[in-house]
Design a protein around this ligand. Sequence first.
Ligand SMILES: C[S@@+](CC[C@H](N)C(=O)[O-])C[C@H]1O[C@@H](n2cnc3c(N)ncnc32)[C@H](O)[C@@H]1O
Length: 256
Amino acid sequence: MASIKTEKHEAIVLSSQSEKELQKQLVEMVKQSPMPDDELLQNIGLYLSSKNLSRILFFYEIYQKILNTHGVVMEFGVRWGQNLGLLTALRGIFEPFNRHRKVIGFDTFGSGFIGVTEQDGKAGKIKDGDFSVSDNYDAYLSKVLEIQEALNPIGHLKKFSLEKGDGSKTIHDYLKRHPETLVSLAIFDFDIYQPTKACLEAIKPHLFKGSVLVFDELCDDIFPGETVALRETLGISNLRIQRMPMTARVSYVVIE
Ligand SMILES: C[S@@+](CC[C@H](N)C(=O)[O-])C[C@H]1O[C@@H](n2cnc3c(N)ncnc32)[C@H](O)[C@@H]1O
């Protein structure tokens, strides 16, 4: 069986060998693009595969669900930060003056997984340190998000933060610093049981009717820990766990 780990950083990808080859070709085409620099970003759609576009469409739909709710967006498990960029752009389009809609990302930003336990099973052969990113990546990401914010109204007000470290701890530090927090959207993508459970418990008092929770790995046999964490915190039988047809794996819950 082909490897399910990426070439670097031990992330898991389930693409077939031929898909991987085609993706490699597309990356080469981006690197060798004859487009001039000042036209490249406007034309980024040329390189979006259906899979990558589907994630953008999913977050567009999710963002519509929070538009009339008050509160911040939290992402638990940021990695290279694509969702933080998308959410910043969506805020810029749909509610450019909502300074309360902060986007807060929790990740170790460097050390990858922290807290793999037996609840995470053996199928993914995962261990602490997997899914790391390059050193000082948070500084790079911070700069990108600053530029994204500056391209939208009220760019002088910083509306994102990157909470670096073990999410099981940093969530408490954040909420202590921000007791005013209402969580309008929480995206769970740590993949693993222990920090997911800790963050679900921690944000529970900050959720309200209409809060939206997104889960990347519910019912996933490679990462069983996320489902166990949800079952042990909010329970499952009282939640309407929904999905959208355009994405294979992501699901969401609106608190009722
Ligand atoms: C699958 S990646 C997130 C992918 C990202 N949401 C995306 O869509 O591109 C999982 C992330 O969770 C982070 N992570 C795992 N355990 C953590 C912990 N205890 N504290 C903070 N971050 C953790 C890893 O560093 C990794 O970046």
